[in-house]
Design a protein around this ligand. Structure first.
Ligand code: SAH
Ligand code: SF4
Ligand code: F3S
Length: 478
């Protein structure tokens, strides 16, 4: 196969023997079409939502590349456009419908353009109904459980010329041999589990991603070793709730045990993971983080609300007090750890007093970063049935209040690093200022510093000179 990626490139694993027969047939079509067009056929692959989706999209790039398509970042010149959708908040859905509107014009210009949709939004029957009736320009639709079917669906579409929709209701196995093209040659995401069993009352993820399933530890470790052999230095272990890793496995392996095993893999220098649910973050995990040198001194621990009353309604299984006590316990063992969080403002029935509790938690916990969202009602979730009398304008006002508090805390945490030296792995040339490199410290702070692009992917000691609210500016000490 004439794919322009080196066989041992850290970014791609294409030679997996995946769906060979189907891929061969598609390649013939792609070759013929590209001869007629006078240029290689190109794909535009767009991911929305969380790291899970971004990682799935890396697998989509792998499959499309095997089919003979080349990547383009310019949607208007693409012959295959695919959106991997998120539906965690309503505005994510609106964004997709908006985009589909203008894709109609692209199709008018290029009748051979194939438009595909996949991901979490597609797991909802009402969305599929709408696509069937109002978005006929869409050629292929699949969901979160059958990503590996993409080649078959493409072939079916090419052979029939009709709209192909294939949505599964649940997961039917874990597919280990999917080809992949990774975004980054130095760090890679590794799925350790899929789905979620927590059913937080506001959240749609368990409905669109199904029940929790853990990958076998041997398969995970094999993948990490393979990545290390290819020059990957940093891995991000992915799951909706990594703390419940291993529960459905025949031989029980806990997440802390998995971390310790990953820590042994030679060549890997940094290990991160997300996301942790506070309800089952064990002392065993804290100790594994403390004792494993490669596990970064950073944890994302979504609190969602500081009010025990709201937390109960959210079905989070912890209280304001137990969350702050957990943060103290983590800090006692790992004093220089940094902690970030997610917060939802505007859950049905939230009062000023509840917001005060959230602000109090922000003050007590010293978060280094936070993702704050206004509650979005998701049809089918228990919270959607709770009557909500709070006007949107009041929710926005409270949201601003929470943001103001967070900006102060985040700013203070960042300013404490001025004069200190951080170990930073630069990942790219800064988009605004080409003389700067941008990277992350071990404790996940965003750092910009002047440096040669040859440093990208290598750990550099950086003396921090200046702090802005959400990032730091420094000078390389080499
Ligand atoms: N599994 C992860 C996060 C999944 S979704 C966890 O449990 O932390 C990422 C974030 O989106 C959540 O942490 C939450 O803050 C936010 N979110 C989820 N559902 C939401 C909704 N209905 N409205 C607003 N924000 C929501
Ligand atoms: Fe959603 Fe809660 Fe599961 Fe996270 S833990 S994905 S917020 S249900
Ligand atoms: Fe969105 Fe699905 Fe992730 S709903 S947040 S892309 S799991």
């Amino acid at each position: 196969m004439n794919i322009n990626i080196e066989k041992n490139s850290p970014i791609a694993d294409l030679d997996t023997g995946f769906a060979e027969e189907v891929i061969k047939k598609i390649r013939k079509y792609v070759n013929d079409r590209s001869k007629m067009a006078g240029h290689p056929l190109r794909y535009y692959n767009f991911a929305m939502g969380c790291q899970m989706n971004f990682h799935d999209s890396e697998k989509i790039s792998g499959m499309l590349s095997l089919m003979g398509y080349e990547e383009t970042r310019d949607e208007s010149e693409a012959d295959f456009i695919i959106y991997n959708t998120c539906t965690v908040r309503e505005n994510a859905d609106q964004k997709v419908y908006g985009k589909l509107g203008y894709l109609k014009h692209y199709k008018a210009k290029n009748p051979n353009l194939i438009i595909a949709l996949c991901g979490c939004m597609m797991q909802q029957p009402e969305v599929i109904q709408k696509i069937k009736t109002s978005y006929r320009q869409v050629d292929i639709v699949f969901g979160t459980f059958n990503l590996h079917k993409l080649p078959e669906l493409v072939l079916e579409h090419l052979e029939s010329g009709s709209q192909i929709i294939d949505i599964w209701e649940k997961h039917e196995g874990i597919y280990e041999d999917l080809p992949i093209i990774r975004e980054n040659p130095y760090k890679a995401s590794v799925n350790i589990m899929y789905g979620c069993n927590n059913f937080c009352s506001y959240c749609i993820v368990p409905y669109v991603r199904g029940r929790e399933r853990s990958r076998n530890p041997e398969d995970i470790l094999k993948e990490i070793r393979h990545l290390a052999d290819r020059g990957i230095k940093e891995v991000m272990l992915l799951g909706q709730n990594v703390n419940s890793y291993g529960k459905n496995l025949e031989t029980k392996v806990t997440f802390p045990e998995l971390l310790r095993m990953a820590n042994e893999v030679e060549g890997i220098e940094r290990i991160r993971f997300m996301t942790s649910h506070p309800k089952d973050l064990s002392h065993e995990l804290i100790m594994a983080m403390k004792e494993c040198k490669k596990v970064c001194n950073y944890i994302h621990l979504p609190v969602q609300s500081g009010s025990s009353r709201i937390l109960e309604k959210m079905n989070r299984h912890y209280t304001k007090e137990s969350y702050t006590a957990l943060i103290e316990e983590i800090r006692k063992e790992i004093p220089d750890i940094l902690i970030s969080t997610d917060i939802i403002v505007g859950f049905p029935g939230e009062t000023d007093e509840d917001i005060e509790d959230t602000i109090d938690v922000i003050k007590k916990c010293g978060f280094c970063n936070a993702f704050t969202f206004i509650y979005s009602k998701r049809t089918g979730t228990p919270a959607a049935a709770i009557e909500d009398k709070t006007p949107e304008s009041l929710k926005k006002e409270r949201f601003q209040k929470v943001l103001k508090e967070l900006n102060e805390t985040v700013g203070i945490i960042h300013s404490q690093f001025v004069g200190k030296t951080l170990r930073v792995v630069p990942e790219e040339v800064n988009k605004q200022d080409e003389t700067l490199l941008t990277g992350r410290s071990d404790n996940n702070l965003l750092v910009h510093f002047k440096g040669d692009p040859v440093l990208i992917g290598r750990e550099v000691p950086v003396l921090i000179k200046e702090s802005k609210t959400f990032y730091l500016l420094g000078e390389a000490l080499i």
